[in-house]
Design a protein around this ligand. Structure first.
Ligand code: ZN
Length: 461
């Protein structure tokens, strides 16, 4: 895939023009960030109330001029179901309708249009939903610029382009969903360095083909789904993938600790992880200090809450987060529920940016497998026996009535009996009395058709 058009080039130019302002934001004090949040929150509420029929009603009693962040808890929570059921009334641009957006998505999937822009200045993306609910989201011209700058600003700070100096060849391999209905090919192919070439590689390619293509291309930078990057590091350790990237960024899927370890072993570098979603863009970005992911606190308000949406005192009690975009004007997102279990860090990053850190993203709380008798098994329990086994390249766990069926892509001979008994031990420790585990060896695990993502844990129902 090659994403290019006059409009796209214009967009990339606008991102490059805006990036210096975002680099400056990284030097802001906590007070400056707080002031900007206050200003932008009021602007967000005023715009939503004035231009969205849904918000006009919902925010009827809100006075944007006097609203403060402390008042946020008085606002109702927004879900993906709210977005989908009230789509036409939520958006602030009256040209946009869900029917029109869906028709555009269908036309792109069928190859009937190659125009990435809808109505000239918006982009429409569909999520396959790790939550199971399909969502349709829109980024306006400015929303894309802000999201792209937030995605790239730490890298731009930590690895600045040096004009006039010999920086060597730079090739960014973007290994993402091949479909243009997903935001990742558009966003992750933006590079903060104008001297970097960009090439796309579909994550859904057979691994041997992907390895061959990458061996040919010799990328210096890689941006890909966490599961793909993990598999590639395994290929490098097996001696088949012969590249020496100096920057590897992961996105879109929970990053398993074993992926970090494999990348370190393979290329002696630390992954720069990103945490985001199509609804608001990147909530957290890991800088080169690798101490956690910096919250995008100047652009997104993130509330860490428990199951009942109450703020948590203990970071370990976080069950989900509520996000408010401070820049999305076309489809306002205010106190939107994400079921990511993100654990805030207690200490600031040593890089000097005061944006607080999240130390871990644990994947989604709604991935928990719930069994009869009220027993909830967190997918983490499967990770040690499966993720730590060096012979397992990839896996997918599907919940069954009394256990799970596990699809495994192996690198060579694996001891199925051993894996099975390791999982049974883990599940028994988790409270399931007589778990039944089935292991199925497969050649590959299908990605979601629209997003290209690997859904690693599939709960029943
Ligand atoms: Zn940092």
């Amino acid at each position: 895939m090659r994403i290019d058009s006059p409009r796209r080039r214009e967009h990339l130019k606008a991102v490059a023009d805006r990036l210096p302002a975002h680099l400056e934001r990284l030097t802001w004090t906590a007070d400056q960030i707080a002031q900007e949040r206050q200003r932008a929150l009021r602007e967000t509420l005023a715009h939503a109330k004035a231009n969205s029929p849904w918000y006009c009603e919902r925010l009827a009693r809100v006075d944007p001029d006097t609203f403060t962040e402390a008042d946020l808890t008085s606002l109702p929570i927004m879900t993906k179901t709210d977005v989908m059921e009230n789509w036409d009334d939520i958006v602030t641009d009256r040209r946009l309708t869900l029917a029109g957006a869906n028709a555009h998505i269908t036309a792109k999937l069928r190859g009937e249009t190659h125009d990435y822009y809808y109505l000239d200045d918006t982009e429409i993306f569909a999520t396959g939903g790790s939550s199971g609910t399909r969502g349709v989201f829109v980024w306006g011209w400015n929303e894309f610029i802000e999201i792209a700058c937030i995605t790239n600003r730490y890298q731009s700070r930590d690895e600045p382009p040096s004009p006039g100096k010999e920086t060597g060849r730079r090739l960014l391999a973007v290994i993402e969903a091949g479909e243009t209905v997903h935001g990742s090919p558009f966003l992750f192919s933006v590079t903060p360095d104008p001297h970097t070439d960009v090439r796309w590689f579909p994550a859904a390619s057979p691994m041997a083909d992907l390895v061959a293509e990458l061996n040919k291309a010799q990328p210096t930078h890689i941006n890909g789904f966490a599961s793909t990057v993990q598999a590639l590091a395994g290929e490098a350790l097996a001696g088949r993938l012969k590249i020496r990237p100096k920057h590897v960024a992961t996105n879109s899927e929970p990053l398993m600790p074993e992926a970090r370890t494999l990348v370190k072993q393979a290329w002696n570098i630390d992954i720069n992880n990103m945490w985001g979603c199509v609804e608001v863009g990147h909530i957290g970005i890991e800088c080169d200090a690798h101490e956690g992911l910096h919250l995008s606190d100047d652009a997104i308000i993130t509330e860490f809450v428990d199951h009942d949406d109450r703020p948590v005192a203990n970071p370990e009690d976080v069950e989900k987060v509520l996000v408010t975009s401070l820049f999305n004007r076309v489809q306002p997102i205010i106190r939107y529920e994400l079921t990511d279990m993100a654990i805030p860090a207690a200490t600031p990053c040593s890089c000097g940016a005061v944006y607080p850190l999240v130390r871990e993203i644990r994947g989604r709380a709604d991935d928990a497998f719930r069994y009869a008798g009220g027993i909830a098994i967190h997918p983490l329990l499967f990770r040690t026996p499966l993720g730590q086994n060096p012979m397992i390249e990839e896996y997918q766990v599907r919940q069954t009535e009394d256990g799970a069926s596990v699809a495994v892509v192996a690198r060579g001979d694996v001891d199925i009996g051993q894996i099975k008994s390791d999982i049974v031990v883990a599940l028994k420790a988790g409270g399931l009395t007589d778990p039944h585990i089935e292991i199925v060896m497969v050649d590959r695990i299908a990605r979601h058709r629209e997003t290209g993502k690997l859904k690693r844990f599939l709960p029943l129902g």
